[in-house]
Design a protein around this ligand. Structure first.
Ligand SMILES: [Ca+2]
Length: 212
Protein backbone atom coordinates (compact mmCIF):
# COMPACT_ATOMS: atom_id res chain seq x y z
CA UNK A 1 0.00 0.00 0.00
CA UNK A 2 1.46 3.37 -0.98
CA UNK A 3 1.48 6.51 1.14
CA UNK A 4 -1.37 8.17 -0.78
CA UNK A 5 -3.71 5.25 -0.10
CA UNK A 6 -2.72 5.18 3.55
CA UNK A 7 -3.38 8.94 3.82
CA UNK A 8 -6.81 8.53 2.19
CA UNK A 9 -7.70 5.64 4.49
CA UNK A 10 -6.49 7.67 7.45
CA UNK A 11 -8.66 10.66 6.65
CA UNK A 12 -11.65 8.38 5.95
CA UNK A 13 -11.14 6.72 9.33
CA UNK A 14 -10.87 10.12 11.04
CA UNK A 15 -14.12 11.15 9.33
CA UNK A 16 -15.90 7.99 10.52
CA UNK A 17 -14.63 8.50 14.07
CA UNK A 18 -15.81 12.14 13.96
CA UNK A 19 -19.24 10.98 12.73
CA UNK A 20 -19.51 8.44 15.52
CA UNK A 21 -18.53 11.02 18.11
CA UNK A 22 -21.30 13.43 17.14
CA UNK A 23 -24.14 11.64 15.36
CA UNK A 24 -26.36 14.65 14.61
CA UNK A 25 -28.85 13.67 11.91
CA UNK A 26 -29.38 15.92 8.89
CA UNK A 27 -32.44 18.10 9.13
CA UNK A 28 -35.60 17.73 7.09
CA UNK A 29 -35.97 20.71 4.72
CA UNK A 30 -39.45 21.36 6.09
CA UNK A 31 -38.20 21.65 9.68
CA UNK A 32 -39.58 24.98 10.93
CA UNK A 33 -37.01 25.22 13.71
CA UNK A 34 -33.84 24.93 11.62
CA UNK A 35 -31.77 28.16 11.57
CA UNK A 36 -35.02 30.04 11.62
CA UNK A 37 -35.21 32.06 14.85
CA UNK A 38 -35.79 35.33 13.00
CA UNK A 39 -39.06 33.95 11.61
CA UNK A 40 -40.42 33.12 15.07
CA UNK A 41 -42.09 35.43 17.54
CA UNK A 42 -42.24 35.11 21.31
CA UNK A 43 -44.76 36.35 23.87
CA UNK A 44 -44.57 36.24 27.64
CA UNK A 45 -47.76 36.06 29.67
CA UNK A 46 -48.04 38.64 32.42
CA UNK A 47 -48.88 38.05 36.04
CA UNK A 48 -52.31 37.39 37.42
CA UNK A 49 -52.28 40.62 39.46
CA UNK A 50 -50.78 44.08 38.71
CA UNK A 51 -48.22 43.61 41.48
CA UNK A 52 -47.06 40.24 40.22
CA UNK A 53 -43.23 40.28 40.21
CA UNK A 54 -43.13 38.59 36.83
CA UNK A 55 -44.77 41.52 35.06
CA UNK A 56 -42.69 43.11 32.34
CA UNK A 57 -40.44 40.10 31.91
CA UNK A 58 -39.37 39.03 28.45
CA UNK A 59 -37.98 36.10 26.49
CA UNK A 60 -35.49 35.91 23.64
CA UNK A 61 -35.12 33.58 20.67
CA UNK A 62 -31.94 32.41 19.00
CA UNK A 63 -30.53 29.66 16.79
CA UNK A 64 -28.39 27.46 19.04
CA UNK A 65 -25.66 25.60 17.17
CA UNK A 66 -24.29 23.95 20.32
CA UNK A 67 -27.40 22.39 21.85
CA UNK A 68 -29.44 20.82 19.07
CA UNK A 69 -31.10 17.56 18.13
CA UNK A 70 -31.19 17.56 14.35
CA UNK A 71 -29.29 19.48 11.66
CA UNK A 72 -27.20 22.57 12.43
CA UNK A 73 -29.23 24.43 15.07
CA UNK A 74 -32.17 24.28 17.47
CA UNK A 75 -34.56 27.12 18.26
CA UNK A 76 -33.60 28.32 21.72
CA UNK A 77 -35.92 30.22 24.05
CA UNK A 78 -34.41 32.14 26.98
CA UNK A 79 -37.18 33.14 29.36
CA UNK A 80 -36.31 35.97 31.74
CA UNK A 81 -38.71 34.74 34.41
CA UNK A 82 -40.78 31.72 35.24
CA UNK A 83 -43.87 32.65 33.30
CA UNK A 84 -45.88 31.20 30.49
CA UNK A 85 -43.98 31.70 27.24
CA UNK A 86 -45.51 31.21 23.81
CA UNK A 87 -43.46 31.03 20.62
CA UNK A 88 -45.19 31.39 17.27
CA UNK A 89 -44.56 30.87 13.58
CA UNK A 90 -46.75 32.11 10.73
CA UNK A 91 -46.58 30.08 7.54
CA UNK A 92 -46.01 31.88 4.23
CA UNK A 93 -49.20 30.33 2.88
CA UNK A 94 -51.85 28.17 4.60
CA UNK A 95 -51.22 24.43 4.39
CA UNK A 96 -53.37 21.32 4.54
CA UNK A 97 -52.46 18.99 7.35
CA UNK A 98 -53.25 15.30 7.48
CA UNK A 99 -55.63 14.80 10.44
CA UNK A 100 -54.34 11.22 10.65
CA UNK A 101 -50.74 12.38 10.36
CA UNK A 102 -47.92 12.72 12.86
CA UNK A 103 -46.43 16.05 13.93
CA UNK A 104 -42.81 15.71 14.99
CA UNK A 105 -41.20 17.89 17.64
CA UNK A 106 -38.09 17.44 19.78
CA UNK A 107 -37.88 19.27 23.12
CA UNK A 108 -35.23 19.99 25.70
CA UNK A 109 -35.36 22.23 28.76
CA UNK A 110 -33.33 23.69 31.60
CA UNK A 111 -35.22 25.01 34.60
CA UNK A 112 -34.52 25.04 38.33
CA UNK A 113 -38.27 25.22 38.94
CA UNK A 114 -40.97 22.82 37.75
CA UNK A 115 -42.90 23.24 34.53
CA UNK A 116 -46.60 23.61 35.11
CA UNK A 117 -49.57 21.56 34.25
CA UNK A 118 -52.77 23.41 35.08
CA UNK A 119 -56.37 23.41 34.02
CA UNK A 120 -55.62 25.99 31.33
CA UNK A 121 -52.16 25.10 30.13
CA UNK A 122 -50.04 22.03 29.68
CA UNK A 123 -46.29 22.20 29.17
CA UNK A 124 -46.05 22.10 26.26
CA UNK A 125 -49.22 23.04 24.40
CA UNK A 126 -49.11 23.19 20.59
CA UNK A 127 -51.74 25.32 18.82
CA UNK A 128 -52.40 24.94 15.09
CA UNK A 129 -54.29 27.97 13.82
CA UNK A 130 -56.84 28.48 11.06
CA UNK A 131 -57.65 31.93 12.44
CA UNK A 132 -56.95 33.87 15.65
CA UNK A 133 -59.91 32.22 17.43
CA UNK A 134 -60.01 29.02 15.38
CA UNK A 135 -57.36 26.46 16.22
CA UNK A 136 -56.56 22.93 17.27
CA UNK A 137 -55.15 22.69 20.76
CA UNK A 138 -52.68 19.81 21.05
CA UNK A 139 -51.66 19.09 24.62
CA UNK A 140 -49.30 16.52 25.99
CA UNK A 141 -50.99 14.12 28.37
CA UNK A 142 -47.73 13.93 30.30
CA UNK A 143 -46.20 10.67 31.30
CA UNK A 144 -48.14 7.99 33.28
CA UNK A 145 -47.27 9.79 36.53
CA UNK A 146 -48.87 12.94 35.17
CA UNK A 147 -45.58 14.81 34.92
CA UNK A 148 -45.49 17.51 32.22
CA UNK A 149 -43.43 16.53 29.20
CA UNK A 150 -41.21 19.60 29.69
CA UNK A 151 -40.20 18.15 33.05
CA UNK A 152 -39.04 14.97 31.31
CA UNK A 153 -37.18 17.16 28.78
CA UNK A 154 -35.02 18.57 31.58
CA UNK A 155 -33.16 15.24 31.69
CA UNK A 156 -32.65 14.79 27.94
CA UNK A 157 -34.19 15.47 24.55
CA UNK A 158 -37.76 14.24 24.20
CA UNK A 159 -38.64 13.26 20.63
CA UNK A 160 -42.40 13.59 20.32
CA UNK A 161 -44.40 11.99 17.57
CA UNK A 162 -47.80 13.59 17.98
CA UNK A 163 -50.78 11.82 16.44
CA UNK A 164 -53.15 14.58 15.30
CA UNK A 165 -56.12 12.21 15.61
CA UNK A 166 -55.67 12.38 19.39
CA UNK A 167 -55.24 8.62 19.78
CA UNK A 168 -51.69 8.87 21.08
CA UNK A 169 -50.25 10.54 24.17
CA UNK A 170 -51.49 14.01 23.17
CA UNK A 171 -55.04 15.36 23.44
CA UNK A 172 -56.32 17.19 20.37
CA UNK A 173 -59.20 19.66 20.85
CA UNK A 174 -60.92 21.65 18.12
CA UNK A 175 -61.68 25.26 19.05
CA UNK A 176 -63.99 27.44 16.94
CA UNK A 177 -63.93 26.68 13.22
CA UNK A 178 -60.46 25.16 13.08
CA UNK A 179 -59.90 23.41 9.75
CA UNK A 180 -57.13 20.90 8.95
CA UNK A 181 -57.36 22.08 5.31
CA UNK A 182 -56.23 25.57 6.22
CA UNK A 183 -53.56 25.90 8.89
CA UNK A 184 -51.60 29.13 8.73
CA UNK A 185 -49.70 29.33 12.00
CA UNK A 186 -48.34 27.23 14.83
CA UNK A 187 -47.51 28.16 18.39
CA UNK A 188 -45.94 26.26 21.26
CA UNK A 189 -46.21 27.31 24.89
CA UNK A 190 -44.89 26.22 28.26
CA UNK A 191 -45.30 27.50 31.77
CA UNK A 192 -43.16 27.33 34.88
CA UNK A 193 -43.72 27.72 38.59
CA UNK A 194 -41.70 30.22 40.59
CA UNK A 195 -40.93 33.91 40.11
CA UNK A 196 -37.25 34.62 39.88
CA UNK A 197 -35.53 31.84 37.96
CA UNK A 198 -34.78 32.07 34.29
CA UNK A 199 -35.32 29.01 32.18
CA UNK A 200 -34.43 27.74 28.72
CA UNK A 201 -36.28 25.62 26.22
CA UNK A 202 -34.94 24.19 22.97
CA UNK A 203 -37.22 23.18 20.10
CA UNK A 204 -35.97 21.16 17.15
CA UNK A 205 -37.17 18.98 14.31
CA UNK A 206 -40.63 20.58 14.09
CA UNK A 207 -42.23 18.99 11.06
CA UNK A 208 -45.90 19.36 10.17
CA UNK A 209 -47.64 16.42 8.44
CA UNK A 210 -48.64 18.25 5.28
CA UNK A 211 -50.69 16.81 2.47
CA UNK A 212 -51.11 18.07 -1.12
CA1 LIG B 1 -32.32 21.67 13.90
Amino acid sequence: MNHTKIAVLGSALAFLIACNAAPVPATDPTDLTEANAQRWTVQVAQGETPSDPGNGQTAALSDDAAIKRIGATALRVDAAAAFRVQVGYTLATPVKLDPEGTLQLSLKAKNTEAFQKTSYTQSPTVLLYTGPNDYFSVESKGNPNDIPLMEIAKADWVDSKILLNGLGTWNVTKVGNADWNSINAVSISFDSFGFSPKYQVWLDGLILPKRP
